[in-house]
Design a protein around this ligand. Structure first.
Ligand code: ASP
Length: 443
């Protein structure tokens, strides 16, 4: 009874920490979305309205992501200053991101090969491939094939302003990194530009505070719309596949990250998860690492990780570090080969894992990106074109639910790496991090 009353108070927003609002919004969105899925009728127009509310929320956050990323990188790198230290940060970052992603694909591979969720579900997969999804999928597959050759070339912007206008994160980051390195080398003359970007950074963080006032309704709308499209019964139908993916995510979250925090730093695990809870909830609701980035930076910085580390490690992580996506891709691809009875030799399994690491890190931090880049991993495994289309259509149909969880994992690992590097480099304020009762509200 007491618990119910408390929940009620939270729901009406009285006296309980505001990050609970998001949690309640997610639960309410799941329940309501499922209800709508089962009784669509009169709710159809309502879902349309909620869709607009949810999309507006994501767009308004995305609006500040590019100024935030550019300013964070410029301010971060120029505050590190010395190129040796930048190199040290960079090496550590690559090491930890690689470690986390390799762990993810190994776990995914081990689980899917031992539980074999794909065996016996071929018929089910073919049934899912509705015609309109198939057309969409065909376009994706052909576009993706055309782009593979240029994968690395595309990272280098020919015209940074064009990349800015198109919102292409990797080329933008590439340019921002080189530009900031150059700025850090030119001495005092860099002051006006650095101050300019410092102001942009401060203003974007302010806008983030304002946007977060709308986080609960925004996340409620997004979750309701997402769940209303697939319904909770999806968990019965493909429970084995989702189960494997979900166990993999849990192992990353509850075993690998704590192990990394424990072995490579003295960051207390419980406090750390408390510090980033708002970012995790928003990641779940938006299914976008990029859209969550402002929140991830706010949580980490306000709770003790230095600006230097956050501004360098988190934007890169939100774009390149996608361990949840890599795990999902490994499981999904092996699942499809199991479903179609394609036997894989050890070399092919290694190939899948390596390609999943590459494909995941080329995925943008936006909803569904990891599904598009999966085409890279699916190449050359002996599936017929028809099977490829069917398999893809199946993954399309269930993607949103997996995406919400893998994005949460992706965001958590960005923050884990930021925390570990901050610890290694003495860039963490433990008084702030450990004083969880005094955390300033972010949402
Ligand atoms: N939605 C994921 C993210 O933003 C990427 C993916 O689709 O896997 O992190």
């Amino acid at each position: 009874m007491k618990l119910h009353l408390q929940t009620l108070f939270v729901a009406v927003g009285l006296g309980i920490k505001r990050n609970w609002h998001i949690f309640i919004a997610i639960i309410a969105g799941i329940i309501f979305g499922n209800y709508i899925h089962e009784n669509p009728g009169i709710f159809v127009p309502f879902v349309k309205v909620l869709n607009i509310v949810g999309q507006a929320f994501i767009r308004v956050i995305q609006m500040i992501v590019i100024p935030l990323v550019c300013s964070a990188i410029v301010v971060g790198i120029s505050s590190i200053g010395d190129s040796k230290q930048i190199g040290k940060f960079g090496k550590r970052m690559i090491f930890y991101y690689a470690l986390i992603t390799i762990a993810a694909v190994l776990i995914g591979c081990f689980l899917v090969l031992s539980i074999k969720p794909g065996v016996g579900v071929q018929e089910f997969i073919s049934q899912t491939s509705a015609l309109e999804i198939q057309n969409q999928v065909n376009t994706v597959l052909s576009e993706q094939r055309g782009q593979l050759g240029n994968l690395f070339l595309n990272m280098i912007p020919q015209n940074p302003l064009e990349s800015l206008a198109k919102g292409e994160m990797i080329p933008i980051i590439f340019f921002a990194l080189i530009f900031s390195l150059a700025l850090s080398k030119v001495g005092e003359i860099n002051r006006p530009i650095v101050s300019f970007f410092e102001s942009i950074f401060a203003a974007t963080m302010k806008v983030t505070d304002w946007i977060m006032v709308f986080a609960a309704p925004g996340i409620f709308a997004l979750t309701t719309v997402a769940v209303s499209s697939f319904g909770l019964s999806i968990f019965n139908t493909i429970s084995k596949f989702l189960g494997v993916v979900f166990i993999g995510f849990c192992i990353q979250f509850f075993v690998i990250y704590p192990l990394i925090l424990k072995f490579f730093s003295k960051v207390p695990i419980g406090n750390f998860y408390t510090a980033i809870i708002e970012a995790l909830l928003v990641a779940f609701g938006t299914a976008s690492s990029s859209a969550t980035l402002p929140l991830t930076i706010a949580c980490c910085e306000k709770r003790g990780i230095s600006h230097k580390v956050c501004s360098f490690v988190l934007p890169l992580g939100a774009t390149l570090n996608m361990d949840g996506t890599a795990l999902f891709q490994t499981v999904a691809v092996i699942f499809l080969t199991q479903a179609y009875g394609v036997a894989l030799d050890p070399i092919q399994i290694i190939q899948i894992m390596v390609l999943a690491i590459i494909a995941s890190s080329t995925s943008a931090g936006i909803p569904g990106a990891g599904l598009i880049t999966i085409a890279l991993v699916l190449n050359g495994l002996g599936l017929t074109p028809q099977q490829l289309v069917e398999g893809f259509a199946f993954l399309f149909a269930i993607d949103r639910v997996v995406d919400m969880i893998r994005t949460t994992v992706n965001v958590a690992s960005d923050a884990v790496v930021a925390a570990v590097i901050a610890d290694n480099e003495n860039e963490i304020n433990y008084d702030l991090l450990n004083n969880t009762d005094q955390y300033k509200e972010i949402i």
